[in-house]
Design a protein around this ligand. Structure first.
Ligand SMILES: NC(=O)c1ccc[n+]([C@@H]2O[C@H](COP(=O)([O-])OP(=O)(O)OC[C@H]3O[C@@H](n4cnc5c(N)ncnc54)[C@H](O)[C@@H]3O)[C@@H](O)[C@H]2O)c1
Length: 251
């Protein structure tokens, strides 16, 4: 159950990778808070399913966020439907647990494009509308692996999630004078299909036992933090990385 007041009335948000998982929960929370939401995903059926569930004020867009052309079409669709963009959530991402000695260059490049280049492409494409509207908020999804290294995921994955923090800190400095804030979230282990597909059951049980909260995170517990970061309640938070991990990593 989503709780809180409607803090994002009149705002338009794009959430990449929001056909399922964390992105979907982020889109649900932003929409609940009154924002119009663009559900962008490489799997259009899932994007449509999310948008249909939300109803009025939600638009499904088919986009591969690692492609500059697709990203421009995503922004164009947003401007056509809602007139601008105030909030960008760079959530789309994937992982593959390949040890470094077995990793091919093509696999390294693939993940860099999906997880990191996409953040650059989407942010650059969304900024002009935010500037025109007098401000905005960019929230990008890092990970606990940027804090402590990947236990199960790939070294390329951890590299992209660390780079997103540096990208965000620099973006925060570069855009503050345009009233545009940039922040990261760093989720711990959140119970999504990504985790179910990549993490063996025995490892899941071991990890659950090591988390002070004694459980994996829920997607809704990420959505609420993103809505807060997007809202005026977070107007003085810029360049931050917010850890959401049940105490699994404490800096
Ligand atoms: N689940 C976790 O424990 C966890 C922890 C830390 C960070 N994260 C990050 O959170 C984000 C969401 O993870 P999730 O667990 O919900 O994963 P997920 O696989 O359930 O969902 C990812 C979504 O992104 C979409 N996507 C993938 N590639 C895309 C592309 N090129 N263009 C557009 N959409 C694309 C997928 O279709 C999917 O809908 C990712 O960036 C992930 O790295 C997840």
């Amino acid at each position: 159950m989503i709780q809180g007041t409607k803090s994002l009335e009149g705002k338009t948000a794009i959430v990449t990778g929001s056909g399922r998982g964390i992105g979907r929960a982020i889109a649900e929370n932003l929409h609940f808070q009154g924002a119009q939401v663009v559900i962008a995903d490489i799997h259009f059926d899932n994007a449509k399913d999310t948008a249909d569930a939300l109803g009025v004020g939600a638009l499904a867009v088919h986009a591969d966020v690692s492609s500059a052309d697709a990203v421009s079409r995503m922004i164009e669709a947003t401007l056509n439907e809602f007139g601008g963009v105030d909030i960008l959530v760079n959530n789309a991402g994937t992982d593959k647990a390949v040890p470094i000695l077995e990793m091919e260059e093509a696999e390294w490049d693939r993940l860099m494009n999906i997880n990191l280049k996409s953040v650059f492409l989407c942010t650059k494409a969304a900024l002009p509308s935010m500037i025109e509207r007098g401000g905005g908020s960019v929230i990008s999804t890092s990970s606990i692996v940027a804090r402590q290294g990947a236990m199960n995921g790939g070294i390329h994955y951890a590299s992209t999630k660390s780079a997103i923090i540096g990208f965000t800190k620099t973006l925060a400095r570069q855009m503050a004078d345009q009233n545009i804030r940039a922040n990261c979230i760093a989720p711990g282990v959140i119970d999504t299909d990504l985790i179910r597909e990549h993490m063996p059951n025995d490892m899941r049980t071991k990890i659950e036992g090591s988390i002070p909260a004694k459980r994996l995170g829920k997607t809704a517990e990420i959505g609420s933090v993103v809505s807060f970061l997007a809202s005026d309640a977070a107007s003085y938070i810029n360049g931050a990385t917010i850890d959401i991990n049940g105490g699994f990593w404490i800096g």
